[in-house]
Ligand binder design. Structure first.
Ligand SMILES: *Cc1c(COP(=O)(O)O)cnc(C)c1O
Length: 374
């Protein structure tokens, strides 16, 4: 039996999938280098961790883990609904927002249908699309005239929406570029597209954005029933390891997503942690402030070295190494610094660096300078 035997048995969409490459684990690099002082700025988590209130509630809930969680996530949905002034029936909970992205794909896509997203867009979109057998179309990114360079070219994306297109994915802000779509452009796009097309606005980093022209998508839901907004507790809330995210949509769409959701897709510790985390706005405010300082620190350090980066509204920077970035990435690993190469995003000269603590940022900048000079 040759090694591709089972490959050929898989459904054709799955055969075409390139596996997602997660950031390298700290423990793995520790084993390789035999050192304990590794820093990881590779997966856009909140370097300042979760709200301390979260740790308390998890300790209090540990005794309940022999029981199934609340399959409806009633309390968490209520917290989300009250926080954003929407109905409980507009919320869908996910095992991370990646789970939601997959629910959307499985609900609205199949062979013969099409999904549209942007070049340099989040890597999970092609994964969830291809698994359904649908066609994924990556539309060339903006060049600076039609939206922020490297960001979404929404006019061009609208041109690719045809009868076969069932879903559009927009990451706002986008990972790995840190770019964002402003209110006018996004609203025009949504208004120009047929209501038969589900428009997913993935707002994994929206808590960090401080731009006046960043769209308030919740306001668009009344006029646009085809809109699905996805958010997560993995980034600003510092709960990436617990896996919890949510979608906000019209109840009709939430009802569909909930039909195929695994009954207990969010575990009990994640549910209670998210309830408390969402109520601690102070922690988000402090995290945002520190993130702003961190972005400044990295920006100044890079400018001092004569290095360009894509302006970012999120908690990471996409840096232009002006040379193949893979050897730079390897050099940083040797110095105990894990960042993210983004050649799989068609950005072979860039590296994505998550904003760390002041100390971590300092360490990254020193290592980066050393690697570039070596
Ligand atoms: C990190 C990220 C997510 C969130 O993933 P989770 O499954 O919620 O951890 C979603 N979209 C984008 C663009 C991201 O960068």
């Amino acid at each position: 039996m040759d090694k591709h035997f089972y490959q050929r048995l898989a459904v054709s969409g799955v055969q075409a999938i390139k596996p997602y490459q997660p950031g390298k684990a700290v423990s793995e690099l520790e084993r390789e280098l035999g050192i304990k002082t590794i820093i990881k700025l590779a997966s856009n988590e909140n370097s300042f961790g979760p709200s301390p209130l979260v740790l308390d509630v998890i300790r209090e809930t540990l005794g309940e883990i022999s029981r199934y969680p609340d399959g409806n996530g009633y309390v968490l949905k209520t917290v989300i609904a009250e926080k954003y002034g929407i109905g409980v029936d507009q919320v869908t909970l996910g095992n991370g927002s990646n789970d939601i992205l997959e629910l959307i794909a499985r609900t609205f896509l199949s062979a013969g249908r099409k999904a549209v997203y942007s070049q340099h867009g989040f890597a999970v979109y092609p994964l969830v699309v291809q698994a359904t057998g649908a066609l994924g179309v990556a539309v060339r990114a903006a060049d600076g005239r039609n939206g922020q360079r490297y960001g979404h070219d929404l006019d061009n994306m609208a041109n690719h929406v045809d009868e076969a297109c069932a879903v559009v994915f927009i990451a706002n802000p986008n990972n790995p570029t840190g770019t964002y779509c402003e209110r006018g452009a996004l609203t025009r796009f949504i208004e120009s597209v047929s209501k038969k097309v589900i428009i997913v606005v993935d707002e994994a980093y929206f808590e960090y954005v401080e731009k006046d022209d960043y769209p308030d998508t919740l306001k668009l839901l009344d006029d646009h029933p085809n809109l699905v907004i996805t958010r997560t507790l993995s980034k600003a809330y510092g709960l990436a390891g617990l896996r919890v995210g949510y979608a906000i949509s019209r109840p009709e769409v939430a009802d569909l997503l909930n039909r195929i959701r695994q009954p207990f897709n969010v575990n009990s510790l994640a549910l209670c942690a998210a309830e408390v985390a969402l109520s601690d706005q102070g922690h988000i405010d402090r995290s945002k402030e520190r993130n702003k300082q961190g972005l400044n620190q990295l920006g100044i350090g890079l400018v001092d070295m004569g290095i360009d980066y894509i302006p970012s509204v999120a908690n990471f920077l996409c840096i232009d190494c002006k040379r193949e970035s893979m050897p730079v990435y390897q050099g940083l690993l040797q110095r105990g610094v894990i960042v993210r190469p983004v050649e799989n995003y068609e950005l072979p000269m860039h590296l994505r660096v998550t904003v760390g603590t002041a100390e971590e940022n300092e360490k990254f900048l020193a290592a980066f300078q050393a690697v570039l000079g070596s």
